[in-house]
Design a protein around this ligand. Structure first.
Ligand code: HEC
Ligand code: CU
Length: 336
C-alpha cells in the first residue's frame, strides 16, 4: 500500500467516525426530545415513597378502587413479585379512573390489554395514569417487565361492569378490588353542644384540626405535609404562600376541590383534589388552620394572619365552584 492509498483510507475512516458521531448526537437528541416533549407516565418520586413502608402510606394501606366525592374513581394498585394487589378491580362502565401504582420490590410492568395503558412500575416511585373505560368487559392486566421465575403468573384484570350490575354488586358487597372509603360517609359533628339546639355555632367546642388532617388529608398529602412529588403537592412549606396570595383560596380548595395543572416548588401537578364540602364549617376551619400552622408553616405567615373561623367557611359556601374553576381562581392569583 503506497503513501497515497494510505492517506485516502485514513480520510475515509475519519469521515465514518464523524458520521457515526453525528448519528449518535441525533439519536440522543431525539431521546431527549421525546422525554421532554412527550413527558413520561412515570412520576418521579425522588425515592421518597419507600418500597418497604409503602403500605403505611394511606393510599396504599388499603389498595383498590374508591369513588371520590367528585364522582371520579381512584384506583391504587401495589405490584410485588408475583402479584398485583388487588388482582382484580371492578369499575362501572364510563368511570373516569385515576390509577396510582407502585412496586414494593423490583421493576414490574402494568399493561392493560386492549388499551393504550402500559406503565413501568419502579420501586420507590409513584406512577399514575388516567383512563376512562367506555365499554364493559374484562380487561387482562399483565406484568410485562421480566421480574423473576413466576413472572408469567403475574396477571390481573380490570372488570368493567354495566352500571346496573355494578350498583347491584355494590349493594350486595360483592365488588372486587375495592378500597376502604377515604372519607366516612357522615362526618360526626363536633361533640354535642350541651342542651340541643340552644348553643349558637360560635360556642361549639373547638375541633381538633390536626385530627381532621390526619383522617382526611394525610392519605395523600402525608402526615408530615410533604405530599408526593408529581402526585400530591406539599402543604408543609407551601400552605402559607396560598394564604398570602388570598386568604379565601385555601377554603375554596377545600370546599370545591381543585383540578388542573399547577406548579409547586418547580414541580408540576395535574391531578384532582376531591372537594370536602361534606365536612362541617368548624371542621374545615380547623383543618385549614392546622395546615397553615403545622410543620413550621407558622413562621411563614404574615403579621396580620387570622386563623379561620367557621363563619369564614360559611361565607365561602355560596359560590358552588367546580374544581376546574378553582384552578382558574388559582391562576388569577398569580400562583403558577
Ligand atoms: C385523594 C388525595 C387527596 C386528599 C385526600 C387531599 N388532597 Fe389536597 N390535593 C390533592 C391533589 C392531587 C392536589 C393538587 C390538585 C391539582 O393537581 O390540580 C391537592 C391540592 C391541595 C391544595 C392546594 C395546593 C395549591 O398549591 O393550590 C390544598 C390547600 C390542599 N390540597 C389541602 C388539602 C387538605 C387540607 C386536605 C384534607 C381535608 C386534602 N388536601 C386532602 C390531593 C388530595
Ligand atoms: Cu412483575
Amino acid at each position: 500500500m503506497d503513501e497515497h492509498q494510505h492517506r485516502a483510507i485514513a480520510r475515509w475512516e475519519r469521515r465514518w467516525i464523524a458520521l457515526s458521531g453525528i448519528m449518535l448526537a441525533v439519536f440522543l437528541g431525539l431521546i431527549a426530545y421525546a422525554l421532554i416533549a412527550e413527558g413520561g407516565a412515570i412520576v418521579h418520586g425522588g425515592g421518597r415513597l419507600q418500597p418497604a413502608s409503602v403500605t403505611s402510606v394511606p393510599l396504599f394501606a388499603s389498595p383498590g378502587a374508591r369513588q371520590l366525592s367528585s364522582g371520579d374513581y381512584q384506583v391504587a394498585v401495589l405490584a410485588r413479585a408475583f402479584a398485583f394487589e388487588p388482582a382484580v378491580v371492578d369499575l362501572p362502565v364510563g368511570a373516569h379512573a385515576r390509577f396510582y401504582l407502585t412496586s414494593q420490590d423490583v421493576l414490574h410492568g402494568f399493561m392493560i390489554e386492549g388499551t393504550s395503558v402500559n406503565i413501568e412500575l419502579i420501586p420507590g416511585e409513584l406512577a399514575y395514569f388516567d383512563y376512562t373505560f367506555d365499554r364493559p368487559g374484562s380487561f387482562a392486566v399483565v406484568c410485562n417487565e421480566y421480574c423473576g421465575i413466576n413472572h408469567e403468573n403475574m396477571i390481573g384484570a380490570v372488570r368493567v361492569l354495566p352500571e346496573a350490575e355494578y350498583r347491584q354488586r355494590q349493594a350486595a358487597g360483592t365488588l372486587q378490588g375495592q378500597a376502604a372509603p377515604l372519607t366516612p360517609v357522615a362526618s360526626t359533628p363536633p361533640a354535642a353542644t350541651g342542651s340541643a339546639g340552644a348553643a349558637p355555632a360560635a360556642a361549639a367546642p373547638a375541633v381538633d384540626g390536626v385530627a381532621v388532617y390526619d383522617a382526611k388529608c394525610a392519605a395523600c398529602h402525608q402526615q408530615n405535609g410533604e405530599g408526593h412529588p408529581g402526585a400530591f403537592p406539599p402543604l408543609a412549606g407551601h400552605a402559607p404562600t396560598l394564604y398570602r396570595a388570598d386568604r379565601s383560596y385555601p377554603l375554596q380548595v377545600l370546599l370545591y376541590g381543585l383540578q388542573g395543572r399547577i406548579v409547586v416548588d418547580g414541580q408540576s401537578y395535574n391531578n384532582v383534589m376531591p372537594a370536602w364540602s361534606q365536612l362541617s364549617d368548624a371542621e374545615l376551619a380547623a383543618v385549614a388552620t392546622a395546615m397553615l400552622e403545622a410543620w413550621g408553616n407558622d413562621a411563614a405567615l404574615p403579621a396580620d394572619y387570622q386563623p379561620y373561623t367557621a363563619a369564614d367557611v360559611a361565607a365561602e359556601r355560596a359560590q358552588a365552584l367546580t374544581p376546574t374553576q378553582v384552578a382558574e381562581v388559582r391562576a388569577k392569583l398569580g400562583l403558577e
